[in-house]
Design a protein around this ligand. Structure first.
Ligand SMILES: Cc1ncc(COP(=O)(O)O)c(C=O)c1O
Length: 381
């Protein structure tokens, strides 16, 4: 088979057709001389709130800052504990620790890679203030039991929906509209990405909306009068302008990702790799089973025991693939002081050693997918 180059992510399929429209919008922003916050940000906030089904949306500087400002809005700090997953992008746990609070980890479900709600309650102490589930790879964490536990113990829920804008939980509610606060990232590789950094917090609570708006501008209202200590968490008008153009196509792109996943399922199921459990495909099955769980596949993750060798082989064959994430939080050096050790979260550890992300971006062709699956078969069989 001749070698084909398939990147893990190619943004040109999204950006090239929109180049003129985006350029015109950017020109309008330049002419307006309004660069920080501004009308594009306001417009985007209104549209994201409507899209997510929430009352409010607040544009912020990144997904990381969306998490940080959400925790700050709940006054979480030293002495507090926040329950979260050990298997996510660093920002999830980093935001908690940066405020002096303690991240308390709970192992993941081996099929969805999201926090296992059945293991949360045993970790609740008198210091627990919040649960911070991550909707990893584009699929909502099993939120109903999480929300029940939170209600029972009077805890706030912050959703890390950085990877899952547009995803739907099985009751039909959108990611971000499940807990008290929802956090999105517009990092370029996300399903809705800008041309730099950007993020958004969504909420239905008027008081939190107002507080986050104040925290976003160094805690000042009116300007130069500081009732709180906030930070510079502002989204800029240029990024919002780009996102306002791209938002209209988000649903199409999410559908294309799901079509690519269907194709992967067909191609993998034709081989014996799934049947004999050499490859585990992501749990996309509910998509067609009448349950409303809508996975938006920011990442398409397979599980294989010879992961590192396969990754090396695929890269040699021109196929982009990645590991999200190679080291769970509890084994990161910076969290040594938390006192965790290898074996504490076996599912997260296994996932870190066995999972591999394959290309799934909108614009990926059938030929490319056939090539990827053929190469995987060739290596594994
Ligand atoms: C799960 C998760 N949380 C938080 C973030 C942080 O978002 P950002 O890169 O926009 O700061 C990301 C983005 O990489 C993420 O994937």
């Amino acid at each position: 088979m001749t070698t084909m180059n398939v990147p893990l992510l190619d943004l040109s399929f999204q950006n090239t057709p929109l180049r003129q429209e985006i350029t015109e919008t950017i020109s309008r922003v330049i002419q307006s001389n309004s660069f920080i916050l501004g009308s594009e940000v306001q417009g985007l906030e209104n549209r994201i709130a409507e899209y997510s089904g929430t009352k409010y949306a607040i544009g912020v500087s990144s997904g990381t800052d969306a998490l940080l400002i959400s925790l700050m809005a709940l006054d979480i700090g030293p002495g507090d504990e926040v329950i979260t997953t050990p298997f996510s992008f660093f920002a999830t746990a980093g935001a908690i620790a940066r405020l002096g609070a303690k991240p308390v980890f709970v192992d993941i479900d081996p099929i969805t890679y999201n926090i296992d709600p059945g293991k949360i309650e045993e970790k609740i102490t008198s210091k627990t203030r919040s649960i911070l589930p991550v909707h990893l790879y584009g699929q909502c964490a099993d939120s109903e039991p999480i929300l029940d536990i939170a209600k029972k113990h009077k805890l706030k829920v912050i959703e890390d929906a950085a990877q899952s804008i547009g995803a739907q939980y099985r009751d039909g509610r959108k990611a971000g509209n499940l807990g008290d606060l929802g956090c999105f990232s517009f990092f370029p590789s996300k399903n809705l990405g800008c041309f730099g950094d950007g993020g958004m917090v969504v909420t239905n609570q008027t008081e939190l909306n107002e507080k986050i708006r104040i925290l976003r501008v160094h805690g000042s209202k009116p300007k130069y009068y500081h009732s709180l200590i906030g930070g510079n968490f502002r989204l800029d008008n240029l990024q919002a302008a780009v996102l306002n153009v791209k938002l209209g196509l988000l649903e199409d792109w999410n559908e294309q990702r799901r079509e690519n996943v269907k194709m992967y399922h067909e191609l993998f199921l034709e081989s014996c790799l799934v049947k004999n459990k050499t490859v585990q495909l992501p749990a996309a099955v509910y998509a067609d089973s009448g349950v409303k769980n809508y996975h938006t596949f920011n990442q398409f993750i397979i599980r294989v025991s010879k992961r590192d060798l396969l990754l090396e082989y695929l890269r040699e064959k021109g196929i982009g693939c990645g590991i999200y994430y190679p080291v769970p939080f509890h084994l990161q050096r910076c969290f040594q002081s938390l006192g965790y050790k290898t074996g504490d979260f076996p599912e997260a550890e296994k996932a870190a050693n066995e999972t591999l992300a394959l290309p799934v971006f909108p614009g990926l062709t059938k030929d490319q997918q056939v090539y990827i699956v053929e190469q995987i078969k060739y290596f594994l069989i």
